[in-house]
Write a protein that binds this ligand. Sequence first.
Ligand SMILES: [Mg+2]
Length: 414
Amino acid sequence: MQISDIRATPVSVPLEAPLRHANGCHWGRFVRTIVEVETDEGLVGLGEMGGGGESATAAFEGVKASLLGRDPARLEEMRFALANPTASLYNNRTQIVAALEFACLDLLGQRWGTPVSEILGGRLRDRVPFASYLFFRYPHPTRATGEVRTVEQLVSEARALKERHGFGAHKLKGGVFPPDYELECYRALARALPGDRFRFDPNGVWSTEQAIWFGQQIEDLRNDYLEDPVFGLHGLRRVREKVRMPLATNTVVVNFEQLAANALDTAVDVVLLDTTFWGGIRPCVKAAGVCETFQLGVAVHSSGELGIQLATMLHLGAVLPNLTFAADAHYHHLTDDVIEGGRMRYEGGALPVPSGPGLGVRLNREKLGTYHEEFRRLGPYPYDRDPRRPGWAPLVPNDRWADPTDGTTPEIPA
Ligand SMILES: [Mg+2]
């Protein structure tokens, strides 16, 4: 089997409402690039990458010449052809390699008639539990629905998600409002959902002292972990000395060098593996093996996925013996998907691992066309800008918090 063509299609898929985070906002939609790798036998493997537009399309066009005629089973060969570590100093293609790895594994699974999880060592579980991923949200720009800003709105959103999807673990994305306000929100969640588990993630924007203070205020709750309270391994080590709960990261342990540094002088207890950031599903399996050796925890990170990347997270979750935490997904904030059958459905807070050959998801071409048109109409959005505060940019550590009493709806093209 040989690779005969590669296509990249940017899409824009609507969210229920704009998601606020420490660096800005997802402006009411996710922009993703859907990658199709075709072979001389007519099979099509699917991949997905964050962001989109001309730059992503051009990036895949750019690597196409090096890949045509190659065997999709030669994944290590592809890694060195596109992203050998010293060349990557000048052209970091990790996320491109990740999307291509997804597609090649999908091809191999289809060709061999087996799910990707069986290629990766065989599944240990058929369902992967997820946490509800709670964001502060602006109201939808035209419908004015979906706002999450007040304590009452947050608690009611968490209760509704638990009711609808069955989540027993909840992650609150903070770093938006002053830490004392977010503490009030987090404690209210824990009070409203007794017996459930919680995790908090301010995306590394606090000072070390703020992080220690916040951590100490929540030590009595049922915390899975405190995620990226500060940015940097040294800051995390300082927080870890003074806060009695596991720390986690998806920002400062995202490659094997950093994983080695963390094993030798531990800064975080739990590493959130992201099939995109690490360059594919297989590097995540490898990293989980290192974590197993050093008795570090692993969890699954979400970088804002549609169904194709979600499938990669499910196959990963299925094969990790040391996955002891619910996975994260932005997925329940989406209103639709580009895969056949529409959005995957949670049952009891978990998603079934696809059982069809390859990744087990297929493209809905009509939806792909619709959301590609949406991308052409709306274009990309600035992930690190806040539509309510033009000209604003956060510091690290930050002190330019949003105002929790401001309930105005920002102008966002929709
Ligand atoms: Mg995070």
